[in-house]
Design a protein around this ligand. Structure first.
Ligand code: ZN
Ligand code: FE
Length: 250
């Protein structure tokens, strides 16, 4: 049985750690220390490191982990990295024996231009592209690129579990409710999220179905979101552009 646990780092990052039979894979280790502590506490050997994009809070621990463990790193071909790694592009399939895991690479530009996501076995590791009820900031890409990337993710099976790299869900839900006040699925999610956070538990993973029902950045075609966006046209890219900009100042 594959187990997936969040290793908290910094203020609100999650380094997802997957393990089975004593072998582990991590996604976006921004800090080596908490990963090394978890590996030693659980008696795990780290075999692979998956990187979604080049920001320091996602790669800061890679170099140290490569030296301290047998792990190989995988990172987007379209970005520069200071550590040895196998570059990945859209359509690549990564097959690991231990833990037994097969993941496909999706290119999801927007937050950064080379950003990738890893998906397979009902899981999606989406870095800073899709968040609980939100999406990443547009540091390098255009709104159109990010919109297209998010649409690509919506084509995955609805029961896909969504493992985001940050705990931003509560604040994102406040923003979502400002656009769609009274939306029943949103209110239910807010209640469930607050209950988890009050106990110190992660709001993640979510599911694609839940994001489709509550994430305004996947709901740019909904009349309520269109109206709240103030967009002059109902074109979903224009609506997305408007609400992403609103979220920057929320
Ligand atoms: Zn980032
Ligand atoms: Fe980040």
């Amino acid at each position: 049985m594959l187990e997936i646990i969040p290793v908290p780092a910094f203020k609100d990052n999650y380094i997802w750690l997957l393990h089975q039979h004593g072998h582990a894979v991590v996604v976006d280790p921004g800090d080596a220390q908490p990963v090394l502590e978890t590996l030693s506490a659980l008696g795990l050997q780290l075999n692979a490191i998956l990187v979604t994009h080049h920001h320091m809070d996602h790669i800061g621990g890679v170099e140290e982990l490569i030296h301290a463990t047998p792990a190989r790193a995988f990172a987007p071909e379209k970005e520069q990295y200071p550590f040895p790694h196998q570059p990945v592009v859209a359509g690549d399939r990564l097959d690991f024996a231990e833990p037994a895991l097969s993941l496909s690479v999706l290119e999801v530009p927007g937050h950064t231009l080379g950003h990738v996501a890893y998906c397979g076995s009902g899981m999606l590791f989406c870095g800073d592209t899709l968040f609980g009820a939100g999406c990443g900031r547009l540091f390098e890409g255009t709104p159109e690129q990010m919109y297209t990337s998010l649409q690509q993710l919506t084509e995955l099976p609805a029961d896909t579990k969504v493992y985001c790299a940050h705990e931003y869900t509560e604040h994102n839900l406040e923003f979502a409710l400002s656009l769609e006040p009274g939306h029943v699925a949103l209110l239910a999610r807010q209640q469930a999220t607050s209950a988890l956070r009050a106990k110190g538990l992660p709001s993640l993973p979510s599911s694609l179905a839940l994001e489709l029902a509550t994430n305004p950045f996947l709901r740019c075609h909904e009349p309520g979101v269109i109206a709240a966006s103030g967009s002059a046209t109902p074109d979903p890219v224009n609506v997305f552009t408007a609400i992403r900009e609103m979220r920057n100042h929320f």
